[in-house]
Write a protein of this length. Structure first.
Length: 213
């Protein structure tokens, strides 16, 4: 292999995922239709060298992956402080997307599933604004959104031969004047968009607390 040509170097799984995420965000912004997204995602996960990846994002603004990411400066996490990953969209087409743990969500987020499943766990998420609008749409799929006791939820979507609602709280709400607001909009067509208030990850349930565990 010609080492003088970086485009012929082998790609990593991280490179493939980086391009796939850029393609999904482009589709969410209307730059790619679903057929184009499906074709490019298939090509991205089949890519062997950087030359295979470059054409997939060449016509998308700001989405071209670097040829040698290891040569770029790396932002190193501060000891004791978890790294925060930001996601602007979550798209699952006959697949699944799971956002959980400590991650950053902006004032808007697009969630779409077609015969797939999207899970947005916001219990440990970092909100960049006081109100976050999630545009959640599904076709024969599901979008599940989890919030903690201190998050105010407003559900404004509707279902067409499907369900778009807030499930029964697993923990009581503990809202304050400065509690973040999550507003969920969209349509569930023969699918389900569900918002559930749950206890924090790792927090013992009521029975375990009674038993002293």
């Amino acid at each position: 292999m010609d080492q003088s040509d970086p485009s012929r170097l082998r790609v990593s799984d991280q490179d493939r995922h980086q391009v796939a995420e850029a393609l999904r965000e482009a589709a969410a912004e209307g730059r790619l239709d679903l057929d184009e997204l499906d074709e490019r995602l298939e090509a991205a996960y089949a890519a062997k060298v950087y030359a295979d990846l470059l054409p997939l994002t060449a016509d998308l603004p700001g989405a071209t992956p670097v040829l040698r990411s290891e040569h770029l400066p790396v932002a190193r996490p501060t000891p004791g402080v978890p790294a925060t990953v930001s996601h602007h969209s979550s798209i699952a087409i006959m697949s699944g997307v799971d956002r959980k743990g400590v991650w950053q969500i902006g004032t808007t987020h697009t969630a779409f599933s077609m015969m797939g499943a999207v899970v947005l766990d916001l219990r440990e998420a970092r909100f960049t604004g006081t109100e976050t609008v999630i545009n959640a749409n599904t076709v024969m799929g599901s979008v599940d959104i989890y919030v903690n006791a201190g998050t105010h939820v407003v559900v404004e979507g509707f279902g067409v031969m499907g369900a778009f609602d807030q499930a029964r709280d697993k923990v009581p709400a503990e809202l304050l004047p400065d509690s973040p607001v999550v507003r969920v909009k969209g349509v569930a067509l023969m699918g389900a968009v569900t918002v559930t208030r749950k206890r924090m990850p790792g927090e013992p349930g009521k029975m375990k607390k009674m038993l002293g565990h």
